[in-house]
Design a protein around this ligand. Sequence first.
Ligand code: ADP
Length: 471
Amino acid sequence: MKKLKFLHSLKFRLFLLMVLFGVLPNIALRTGILASYGNKAVSNQSIDISGQAKMLGNQVVTYDYIKDTSIEVINAQMEMLSNIYDGRIMIINSSFQIVKDTYGLDTGKTIISEEVVKCFQGEEITKYDSSNRYIELALPLKKADSDNNQGVMLISVSTDSIMLNYDYLKDNAMIIELACLAVIVGVALFWSGRLVRPFGKLTKYLEEVQTEDEEQLMISDYTETEAISNAFNEMRGRMRVIDDSRQEFVSNVSHELKTPLTSMKVLADSLLSQGDVPVELYKEFMGDIAEEIERENKIINDLLSLVKMDKAAGDLNVSIVNINELLEMLMKRLRPIAEKQNIELVLESFRPVSAEVDEVKLSLALNNLVENAIKYNKPEGWVHVSLNADHKYFFVRVEDSGVGIPEESLEHIYERFYRVDKSHSKDIGGTGLGLAITRNAVLMHRGAIKAHSKEGEGTIFTVRIPLMYIV
Ligand code: ADP
């Protein structure tokens, strides 16, 4: 497995590329040069021999050697030629009889080969037999001014000496090539290791780095590693923000849960420390303790809703819900609270609306908006809730005549535990989680929420949710 993994590494591929690009041209060069050397040497040899043969042929004709093969001058020349070229010369007369063979083997025999026949027809033949390593030459013997062929001169010359040179060159080229290969492999090993080193640095850094480390990652050996470094630094920035907000959330939760407990403890302690406590005081303090318990309960419930929504993101229990009815139910539930503060609560439905929503989550979200509108209102104030829709979305608008939200707080109201006026909110009994829950629920429905507010005049929340649930 590890071996296979190595084959997939950048290092190995670089190594392979370098070796291939280093070695292939070498091989091509060696084979090309050797082949052209071989061809050229053979053709030079052929031209040489052909020239010599023609001169000899002329003399053979001039001296009428075919009829008298004892002419010394020509015999001597033939001997010399066949010695120089390590070859065999045969003279054949017009009756296809070998009249002279420098090897002395076939004199007097008859030869009817293809070359000889063709040569008697006037053709001059040069042939190279590469497998047996010899050049064969057939030359017609005739007077310059006549067409009459007196005979044929057959010369075969061994190319062993050429091949000896060829083999020597080939061996040398091979040695040089092997030496080059060794050097190339060495260089490729070195460079492939060196070129991927920045990635090693990157991995090492990423293995050791901690989220809170301040030092920025910057490996700028390549544009690519620089881009990775930048992307990583950005990602770590985002993680830090998430981490910070998580820590803040945890410390907020602990603080919020502890506050009612501290109050209860103070109330209980003060009752216990006094000897004879009148029943009225007991009742009053116990009432206060019950209120704190109620508050603690509310915070825990809100937290649970929020956590549930975080966990079940995308996990909505969607069904077709009549939104008009949902809002009417909601108003019915909240009317007693509104009446306590003499607040007028009005629902206006412009059209019947049915939509694919998670009934529980949506009603929790809208409940928080209307409850806030009542809670943060002025005495004798009003809350107007309206429902409208187009072909794609339905809109719920919650408008109040309340205290309003300062402009600088508007962007924070959806944050967990955020409250505009902490002291005041405590009497009102908020947890700072309501709008966070609302926003989560709206976003889960792929909807949007917006707030407009003027301090001292009132606030308008608008929620827009698609009629059809978008997966
Ligand atoms: P809480 O539990 O405190 O109501 P929310 O998350 O519901 O928490 O709201 C956050 C803060 O936004 C509230 O503390 C309040 O200051 C402000 N707020 C929300 N709704 C309104 C509103 N209709 N009018 C004025 N202020 C509001």
